[in-house]
Design a binder for this molecule. Sequence first.
Ligand SMILES: *Cc1c(COP(=O)(O)O)cnc(C)c1O
Length: 439
Amino acid sequence: MPVSERSLPKYRMPQSSSDPRAVYALIHDELALDGNSAQNLATFCTTWAEPEVRTLMDECLDKNMIDKDEYPQTAAIESRCVHILADLWHSPARQTATGCSTTGSSEACMLAGLALKWRWRQRRRAAGQPADRPNLVCGPVQVCWEKFARYFDVELRQVPLEPDATGMRPHQLRGYVDENTIGVVAILGVTYTCDYEPVAGFAAELDAIEAETGVSVPLHVDAASGGFIAPFLQPGLRWDFRIERVASINASGHKYGMAPLGVGWVVWRSAELLPEELIFKVDYLGGDMPTFALNFSRPGGEVIAQYFTLLRLGHEGYRKVYTACTKTARALAAEIAAAGPFTLLYDGHGGLPAVSWTLTGPSPGFTLYDLTDQLRRRGWQVPAYPLPPERHKTVVQRVLIRHGIGYDKIMLLADDIRTAVTRLSHGTAGTDEQPGFHH
Ligand SMILES: *Cc1c(COP(=O)(O)O)cnc(C)c1O
C-alpha cells in the first residue's frame, strides 16, 4: 500500500503521470468503502460470477458489440442468445423471432415501447385517424417505463393498485385502454413486491375488449426478472409467446440471467412486429443483421458471458440454482412471519425467489426504516420504501435471493432481524445493550 500524504485529484487531471501500482492500490482501497455486494439484498443484479466469466470478460475487453464486421463471432453469439431466449419463451417455430441485446432492461423497454408506438401510428395513419396522442397502460412499473413515456412523448396511464393488490388486475384495464393505447405492459416480477402480474388474464381481458370495441391492443411483457425464472420454476405458467397477444418480451441478462452487469434482451414474436423504419440494416455481415439500439459502441463481454451462463448451466443448472434460491426465500418468509409484527406481501411462492413484507398493527413502536438502519449496522442492505402513490402510506421491505445468497447466510440475516426487532421494540436500539443477555 503506497503512503499517501495528500488527497487524490478529484476535480482536475494531474499534470504528471504516476506509478500504475500506486494508483491502483489507492483506488482499490477507496472502493473497499463501498457496500459489500454479497450482503446487498436490495439488488436483482448478478453479484457472483464464476472464474471463467471473469476470464471471458477480460478476453472481451476490446470487443465492441456494434462492430459486427470486425467481431462477427461476437455478433453471431448475440444472435444465438436471441434464438435461445426466443425458444425459452416459446416463440412459435413458424415465426422468425427477432431481437437484440441491450445494456439492460431499460434500453430493451425503450426499444419495445418505440416499436409499439411506431406500429400504433402506422395503424392510425392507415385508418386515416389522428396519431398524436399515444398512451401506454401499465400497473406499478419500474421507472424505465416512466422514462420511456417522458422521453418519447407518450402518456403513461398507470393503473392504481387496488387495496391489497401487488400488481395491476385484469378487470382494471377496461377503464384505461382506448384507441390511442399503443400497448399494455405486464410485469413478470413486480419491482415493489416480486410477484407476477397475470399476463394471461390481461390477454383475455384485451381479447374481450377487442371483441366489444374493435380496438386491438398488444401486450409487452416486462420480464426483467421473471424472464429467467418462470421458464425454470413455473414452466406451466402461460405468460410468454404462447399467448398470441404478447408482441414482445424483455429481460435483464444481468439480473436472474446471471450474466455480469451490462446486458439486457428484447425479443419480438415475429419480424413484422418491429417496424422497418426503426431498424438500421448492417449488411456487411453477409446476412441482414438488424441493429436497433439507443447506444452505438457497447462492450461485447457481457453478451459473451451470457452465452457462457446459458451453456454452462443449461435448463438443469438454472432450475437447480433457482429451486435452491426459492427454498431459501420461503424459509426466510417463515422466519419473517415469526420474527415480529410483519405481514408478508409475497412469501416466495409463485413469483421470484424473494420475500416482501410490511409492518402489521397500529404502532409496533418502530418503522421499517428503523429496521433497515439496524440491519445496515451488520452490513445487510435491506431497503424499505413506499408502494406506488395511491398506496404510498404502505412501506414495504424486500429481500432478493440470488445465486451466491445461500441459506446459511439468510439464516444469519434472520438472526439479525430477530435481534433488531427485540432491540427496537425494547427501545434499546441506540445502545450497546444486548437484549436478553445479562452481564
Ligand atoms: C430492473 C427492472 C427494469 C430495469 O432493468 P435494468 O436492466 O436495470 O435496466 C425494468 N423493469 C423491471 C420490472 C425491473 O425489475
